[in-house]
Structure formats: structure tokens, C-alpha cells
Design a protein around this ligand. Sequence first.
Ligand SMILES: [Cu+2]
Length: 386
Amino acid sequence: MVLRSNPTPSEPAPPGSSILLSRRTLLRRSGMVAGGVGATAFLAACSAAGAPAWTFPAPAATAGAPAQGSSSPAATASPATNASPAASTMAGMASPAASAAAPVVARDPSPADFAVPPPYRPVSSSVIPFSLTSNDGPDETILIATNPPTPYQSKNFGRQVPAPTLRVTEGDTVRFTLANQGQMPHSIDFHAAQTAWSRNYQEIAPGGTFSFDWKASYPGVFMYHCGAAPVLMHMADGMYGAVIVDPKDGRPTAREYVLVQSEFYGSGGQYAKMLSDPPDFVVFNGQALRYKTTPLLAKAGELVRIFIVNAGPNSSSAFHVIGALFSHYESDGYPPNAMGMHQTIDVPPGSGALVELTFAEPGTYPFVTHKFSDATKGATGLFKVS
Ligand SMILES: [Cu+2]
């Protein structure tokens, strides 16, 4: 199926360096992240898709032994020059010791229209193909925050974090294929599927390909992720995405968004940091404060539906929209779980939810996890309602 074929309703970022400047300006106004803009980062190039990329000096040789033999820059010994966790990450990436090595390019974690899921369609009489690549290594560096610009060496599906959203309909059969393009084993775990872990969720060696069919028996909003050991690290490094299974008869017409909440620890591959919690950044759709700079759009009076997945790996989401109430809530996005008015919903790690709301009047409405330590670390965005 074609993924994310809808035009995005959020405002497109301006091209070239103005992307960075406008983001910085807006972030300063937001006052949500402390610290200045790192002088060592600069806008380097635009990808084919028009997404901005940032280039950082190469990291120094690693000084420790990161988990799983990863060559993560996380273990560099550069001292932090600033108390902010983001600034220490920058310091780790920007060690002058490695000026002869190739610079690190950090790209936008996910497409600009990621928040807009593909449209509903009726159940298909044929099998739905869904293919992913798994990736790791220095080429998979993403920008998890923009103020200051903060690179993170991800592991990912489809070269993006979060991974592509799969949307199918109750009763569909999915033919899934994983091609491991990484340098370490990866695997898949679809929470929407019912199949033996020992059969279909096993690790695939680098260069390997694996395929299996599964049936979307339950409508809902589900997480999928890599389950390769250590699973905490593969998830925290970015290997997760959302599956939306629509009920057979669809849902009422609404403006729809998908939000995947997740956490980042250090600059990639820092297993001890992931184990000890707390995170340095908590984000929606791969980057801190992404939707403060490019708000999600809506109109007063229209029905808005949000599919939420909390990829964790450690923190629950207390999802809340400031100035609005959810008129409808389904734990796991499962229609029989439907409940009425909620002010804040709990989405545990590894879980999903569906909420619907209607904005009463034009204006700006922040959305957050009401666990405010996490909201302050980047899990804050805006709805701009006309
Ligand atoms: Cu993996």
C-alpha cells in the first residue's frame, strides 16, 4: 500500500537555511529548551525529499565499550561545556580529536508529513504488502532536537524514526518483509499480529531477509518494534512505529493525526543510560518540539482524531491537549473500549490509544504529556486552530 500519500496539512518548512533559522527563532520564543545554539553545527544539505540535514564534525574514537560492540559516539570522552543534556550530547559529537574523519550528517528523523496517516480504505481481498529495511551505524544519525542541534546515532526501520506507519483494515492480511541492511541482527514484533515469537519475531542476520504473513484480526492502534537483544537499546535507538487497524466499517470523517511518543538517552547506543532512566529528550514523532515549530492544523468545530502510540521505552504518556477535552477515547484504539470525556489519557509504553476532540474556537492549543518533566524535555507541540 502507498504510505502517507496525503498532502500534509501542517505548514511546510521553508527551504534551505531558513529552516534552521526559523526553527531556532521559534524555539527561542517557546522557551522550552535551555541552552544556546551550538556553533559547531551548520545546515549542510537538503535530502532528495527536501528534509533538512545538519553536519557535525566527526566524533572522536570511542573511549569505552558500548553495548553490542556499537561504534556509537556516545562513549566519547569530551567534557560537556554546558549543563544541558543536549549540550553535552553536542560536546560528545563535536570532539576536535576527530577532525580528520568524515563529518557526521544528521538528518530529519521522519518525513514532514509523518503525522498524517494514510486514509482509511475498505478491507482488501488481496494480501497487503509491507516491506521495511532495518538500518544502523553512523549513516543513521538523526537530529532529535534543534536547539541546540542534537545528533543521535539511530537504529531504525526504513531510515526514519518513527518508522513508516502501516494502516490496514480489520480482516486484512499483511505480507511483511524485513530486509536487514544493518551491521547487526534486527527483528520485528507487530503488536497487532498474533503469531509465535519463536517463529516470526527472531533475529535476522545482517544482509538477511525474512517474510511472513499476518492477519489484522483486531481493530486498534498498535506499536511495532525491533525485538533484537538488547531490546531496550534497539527500541530506545529508534526502531518503532505505528500500525493502525481500522474497524471494518471505518470511522466518522475527521481530520486525522498520528503521534508517536518516545524517549532518547544520550547520543545513541548508551545502554547503561537507557537502563537507569531518565531520558534526555522525550519527543513526538522523532524530534523534540517538532510541532511547536510546525504546528498541526485544525479548524474550530471540526472533528479531530489522534492515533497515539507510546514507544517508550520507559515512560508512560499522560496525553493531554491544553484548552480542549477529549469527547471520545479508546484505549488501544479498540472500539469496544470506547469511553466518553477524558481530560488526560494514560498510554503506557508499548501501547496505543485513539482520542477525538473538537476545538471550541480558533487559537493555539498546546498538546503535551502531562508528565511535565517529559513535556519539558520536548514532548510538547501545538495545534493551530483557524
Ligand atoms: Cu534492531
